[in-house]
Write a protein that binds this ligand. Structure first.
Ligand SMILES: [Mg+2]
Length: 187
């Protein structure tokens, strides 16, 4: 079972933002090259995490991904999860990226949640209404958060956060019932 999130805080949230490396993945990257010398970067994503992201969207929350690396793997995964906003910034200037995303969506910092794991996330964690970290976050990131997952990045932390947030908002049970009902109806 996860740590509860304050219900009043949880109900204020309109957008959930995820870091990628160390949050949606375990932080590892597979680097290689094709026979023609083109570099390739692969990442491993967790399927239960992915369903957690879809449940957030089904519950009416907007979902964004803000990452400091640029990779085709993230673009593909963001498409699968139908995230509303994806920003891949090689300079890892996540604060400016998220400022733009929030403004474009008409969402305030106090209405945003962010799940991070390390120093590139600190500035954003210090601004959002619900700063959260994965179970294996670095000590600086953890110190900036009001909620920490038990599970590690790439190994269920995203799902744990999604369930904790929707539970605190009183939406999880209904979201599960709707998910099951849609499949029973064969839609
Ligand atoms: Mg990270």
């Amino acid at each position: 079972m996860f740590e509860p999130i304050d219900p009043a805080l949880a109900r204020r949230i309109r957008m959930v933002v995820f870091d990628v490396d160390g949050v949606m993945t375990d932080g590892g990257v597979y680097l290689g090259a094709t026979a023609s010398g083109e570099s390739v970067e692969l990442k491993r994503f967790d399927i239960q995490d992915g369903l957690g992201v879809l449940m957030l969207r089904n519950a009416g929350l907007r979902v964004a991904i803000v990452t400091g690396r640029v990779s085709e793997a993230v673009r593909i995964r963001a498409g699968e999860l139908k995230v509303d906003d994806l920003h891949q910034d090689p300079k890892a200037d996540k604060l400016n990226a998220l400022t733009e995303i929030l403004q474009r969506n008409g969402i305030g910092w106090d209405e945003a949640a962010f799940l991070g794991d390390d120093l590139p996330d600190l500035a954003v964690l210090r601004r959002v209404g619900l700063p959260a970290v994965v179970g294996n976050a670095t000590s600086d990131a953890r110190a900036a958060a009001v909620w920490a997952a038990k599970k590690h990045g790439g190994h269920g932390a995203v799902r744990e956060f999604a369930e904790a947030l929707l539970t605190a908002r009183g939406q999880w049970a209904d979201a599960v019932a709707q998910y099951v009902a849609e499949r029973e109806a064969g839609r």
